[in-house]
Design a protein around this ligand. Structure first.
Ligand code: LER
Ligand code: MN
Length: 257
């Protein structure tokens, strides 16, 4: 069964619960990994009281903690990752998304091969922590305007192949696929290996407001063996007013398969 969720801050969680989403996806910053436990205490106490589970988080690594280039600091990264995973796992999360275009962007002139090696090294270290707490890391291809490395689903598949750890698997974001000219049906070939999926309607508007053929995308995922989480990640003019149609659009597309 697919689980349909929505990217939303904790302040939007109860509205998302009322609309009937299966889960929400917050940003890793919600867990304040650079802050001591005392600074995180208030947020920590809010999460168990929500009436919707928080199952995923994106924006894993902030832009100031470099993942590639000459300024990578493995100790600082590991310290951040350890706190993030401890707090996310305690809150019940299952998957964290490494988009993090700012942190992973190759500096001018930095060879792509070295950047990939640095990303693989980081992912191996982070995977060990993820594995300990029973979470997955989803490697997200981002359109070229947001990242100059890992732009296509095949790039994420290749990087995960290089890391070779069961806790690190690729993500497919329908918006980035469309921006990079990847046909939505192409996801079928890798669907069974995916850790997570993001969707939006064309132009990153809420599902139901654009031209996207969700039936064909969800059909390709299902055909390829994916049965997991699908998060809506889009811009909202009015979250409360638009989310019912967004969720209904996905559920109807899935039911029509
Ligand atoms: C992150 O999941 C993503 O898709 C980025 O485009 C967010 O800006
Ligand atoms: Mn995304």
């Amino acid at each position: 069964m697919m689980r349909f969720g929505v990217c939303a801050g904790l302040d939007m969680a109860e509205a998302a619960a009322r609309a009937g989403w299966d889960f929400i996806e917050v940003s890793v910053g919600t867990f304040m990994p650079s802050e001591p436990d005392s600074g995180y205490a208030e947020v920590r106490s809010r999460i168990p009281r929500l009436t919707i589970p928080v199952e995923a988080a994106n924006c894993f690594i902030p832009g100031n903690l470099r993942l590639t280039g000459p300024e990578v600091n493995p100790d600082a990264l590991l310290a951040y990752v350890e706190v993030a995973f401890r707090r996310m796992a305690e809150a019940g999360l299952k998957v964290v998304v490494l988009g993090s275009g700012g942190a992973r962007n190759l500096p001018d002139g930095w060879p792509e091969g070295r950047g990939l090696e640095q990303l693989a090294d980081f992912l191996r270290a982070a995977a060990a922590v993820a594995h300990e707490v029973g979470m997955m890391i989803a490697v997200e291809p981002l359109r070229r305007t947001e990242s100059n490395i890992i732009n296509r689903v095949a790039d994420a598949v290749a990087l995960c192949g290089r890391v070779e750890h069961p806790s690190v698997r690729p993500l497919a974001d329908l918006f980035h696929m469309a921006e990079e000219g990847e046909p939505s049906a192409s996801v079928a070939a890798v669907a069974s290996s995916l850790a997570h999926v993001h969707v939006a309607d064309s132009g990153r508007v809420p599902p139901g407001r654009g031209e996207m053929d969700f039936r064909s995308f969800l059909g390709a995922l299902a055909e390829g063996g994916y049965r997991g989480r699908v998060s809506v990640e889009c811009g909202w003019d009015d979250f409360e007013a638009q989310q019912d149609m967004a969720l209904a659009t996905l559920r109807e597309a899935w039911a029509a398969l």
